[in-house]
Design a protein around this ligand. Structure first.
Ligand code: DON
Length: 308
């Protein structure tokens, strides 16, 4: 089956109608008050084509807390700078454990399983910060440029709330520092990481910002961020690790590289064709948006677009 671009809008409209009837949409993240306040029934979805044309439905222009979705962009920005040396400091195997788990770190000598669990993301942000002097600022500039939205910014309330409830991430960072796998002072790194997680953006912004992964490493302005091979690597790690201990189920149901965040957003990539972002704050017990996964599942079924 080949889907024409003009069919994206009717497909999105149909998904929105069908998802609206789905009961039991999970619970908003409640580890910080700023996220717990979100109504879990809200929903938006956007598809961006390679040329930047965007289709959307529901609250697709509503900014939400990007959270762990940003781990994809910091990985790409660091990989572009340091190349394969990064993989000496973070692995690329699924962890099979929750995103904030500590258990594997000790018997794997402070090397996190992959860049998308919190431990791995802390290593990536640390290394990006060493190379740029401002990891979160570098990330924000990149997201603004790729989305074409200069209004994207940090949500200071969310960042402060993360800091106030940051014991677990602090434990991860200190533990890895004890193995020599963190360069910066832990409080400096945590500040960068929490600012990174706090960036607010919409489905339209994030679908556009993910475009370089569908364009095999090429940015919105035509410049290259990643080699074709590196773009493939990031997509592969998204497929195998992007939804944590639910990555197998996500691959089975959706069949696309994807990355979730506890704000309720998920980005996904159809290499060579388009990118998607869906947002609905109701999460399952593994931290993935219930309606978001269901919507992506429906999208790949209705369009036949998948990496398989
Ligand atoms: O580090 C944390 O706990 C949060 N700021 C981000 C976690 C997150 O989004 C994990 N994703 N599902």
């Amino acid at each position: 089956m080949t889907i024409m671009s003009s069919q994206f809008q009717p497909v999105l409209d149909r998904i929105m109608a069908e998802i609206d009837r789905t009961p039991g949409r999970g619970r908003s993240a409640d580890y910080i008050p700023a996220l717990a306040a979100r109504d879990p029934r809200r929903f938006g979805m956007a598809v961006a084509e390679l040329d930047g044309t965007v289709y959307g439905v529901g609250e697709w222009r509503q900014p939400f807390s990007t959270q762990s979705i940003t781990k994809v962009f910091t990985l790409a920005l660091d990989l572009a700078r340091e190349g394969d040396e990064l993989w000496e400091h973070v692995g690329r195997e699924p962890s099979g454990n929750p995103f904030n788990s500590l258990v594997q770190l000790e018997y794997e000598n402070g090397i996190p399983r992959n860049p998308f669990i919190n431990a791995g993301a802390l290593v990536v942000t640390d290394r990006l910060h060493t190379r740029t002097g401002d990891a979160a600022g570098e990330l924000l500039s990149f997201l603004r440029a790729e989305s074409g939205n200069p209004d994207l910014g940090f949500d200071e309330e969310v960042a402060a709330s993360e800091t106030a409830h940051g014991d677990r991430n602090a434990a991860l960072a200190h533990f890895m520092a004890s193995y020599g796998n963190i360069d910066n002072e832990v409080p400096v790194l945590l500040d960068q990481y929490f600012r990174q997680c706090s960036i607010a953006a919409s489905c339209a912004d994030l679908a556009l910002a993910t475009g370089f992964l569908a364009r095999h490493g090429i940015r919105a302005d035509g410049g290259r961020l990643l080699s074709r091979s590196q773009a493939k690597q990031v997509n592969a790690v998204m497929l195998t690790c992007g939804t944590y201990d639910a990555a197998g189920d996500f691959a089975y149901r959706v069949g696309l590289p994807g990355k979730s965040g506890v704000g309720g957003g998920i980005i996904a990539v159809v290499p060579g064709r388009c990118t998607l972002c869906v947002w609905s704050p109701g999460l399952d017990e593994r931290g993935n948006s219930v309606a978001g996964v269901a919507a992506l599942d429906r999208f790949t079924t209705l369009t036949g677009l998948s990496v398989f």
